[in-house]
Design a protein around this ligand. Structure first.
Ligand SMILES: Nc1nc2c(ncn2[C@@H]2O[C@H](COP(=O)(O)OP(=O)(O)O)[C@@H](O)[C@H]2O)c(=O)[nH]1
Ligand SMILES: [Mg+2]
Length: 334
């Protein structure tokens, strides 16, 4: 990336940030150098990492509304807030989803708010890698709060824990919601529960049921998962309590050493993801032409494990061969 871009990034220009995230999505090899330069220019005194907050829960539970209310509150506290709306099912990328964009309009002119939707298209290696990369960049640039909202359902709810320090599961007083939450196995990923739409009947009951259920489960490394009743649409009731619970979770992560543990685990997972993305791309290219010397003529008599060995052998020679010197410096061995 050019010098001028780095300076724009360091000045906090939204457009430069959006462009840099596009480069991350395209897995542009220049991204590493950009990050290094950003780190080099960062004052030593600033060592706080971004607090990455995952917002997950069923569609319509109020995640985007909550993101907007939390953003408002954090802005009042002088914190910069980036919102990443992750939708693995969406082919669109770059802009926010229409309804959310309208909602977040009041932050449009605020340089302390950055909103970006992360869709599936153009992401070599998928939305999860791109989101990790975006979080890494925002952290380097010193954004205090990063909200990651999952738009899709299913797998994405679990993937959010891979990038978030604190996972907020948003539920509502709809029929049978409490039971659904247990079924989806989402209790394990929740650091905090928000029972949103607390203005609707049944909220007390869901809140109570969740608390009862959590009393029976073992605390996560000394953290007692709180249940907060919220009215995100109004932006007041419970939103302050939720923000306080998020801050308390951060303090807990720092005090217990769990934060650096989570950061290291995330790095390990990210490297594993990158390795598989690269190996997959390499194998796909290699075999695209039919892989005559690797695959037998008679597909039924093939030995796929043996073929995979051969592909990995070639991958090793091409990929690592050039980087052998760098690898030895990384591992400290020669
Ligand atoms: N009654 C009520 N409605 C809410 C509340 N929060 C959000 N909503 C509404 O619920 C709908 C879905 O909200 P949205 O934030 O888009 O949900 P998401 O799909 O989880 O992002 C919208 O019509 C919101 O206005 C709330 O606290 N109470
Ligand atoms: Mg939404």
């Amino acid at each position: 990336m050019w010098r001028v871009e780095i300076e724009s990034l360091l000045r906090g220009e939204t457009r430069a940030l959006a462009r840099a995230i596009s480069q991350i999505e395209a897995r542009d090899p220049g991204v590493g150098e950009t990050l290094e330069r950003i780190w080099d220019s960062r004052p030593q005194s600033v060592d706080l990492s971004s607090q990455v907050v995952g917002l997950t829960g069923p569609p319509g539970s109020g995640k985007s509304t909550m993101a907007d209310s939390l953003t408002q509150l954090w802005r009042e506290q002088g914190l910069r807030v980036a919102v990443l709306a992750v939708d693995p099912n969406s082919p669109f990328t770059g802009g926010a989803i229409l309804g959310d964009r309208v909602r977040m309009q009041r932050h449009a002119l605020d340089p302390g708010v950055f909103i970006r939707s992360m869709g599936a298209r153009g992401h070599l290696g998928g939305v999860s890698l791109a989101t990790r990369g975006a979080v890494r960049l925002l952290d380097a640039l010193g954004w205090e709060m990063v909200l990651v909202e999952t738009v899709g359902v299913g797998q994405s709810e679990l993937e959010i824990c891979e990038v978030a320090d604190s996972v907020v599961v948003v539920t509502t007083p709809g029929a049978g919601d409490g039971v659904q939450v247990i079924k989806a196995g989402i209790t394990e990923i929740a650091d905090i529960f928000a029972v949103n739409k607390a203005d609707l009947p049944g909220a007390d009951r869901v809140t109570r049921d969740l608390r009862d259920m959590l009393r029976l489960s073992t605390p996560k490394a000394g953290w007692k998962v709180p249940v907060v009743a919220t009215v995100a649409a109004e932006g007041v009731t419970g939103v302050r309590e939720l923000a306080a619970a998020i801050a308390a979770h951060r303090s807990h992560l720092e005090a217990s050493g769990e934060l650096s543990e989570r950061l290291r685990r995330r790095l390990r997972e990210e490297v594993v993801e990158l390795v598989s993305a690269r190996a997959r791309a390499f194998a796909t290219d290699l075999l695209a032409g039919g892989g005559p010397e690797l695959l037998p003529e008679d597909a039924r008599r093939a030995d796929p494990e043996r073929a995979a060995d051969l592909v990995l052998g070639k991958f090793h020679n091409q990929g690592l061969g050039a980087d052998a010197a760098e690898l030895s410096t990384l591992t400290g061995r020669s």
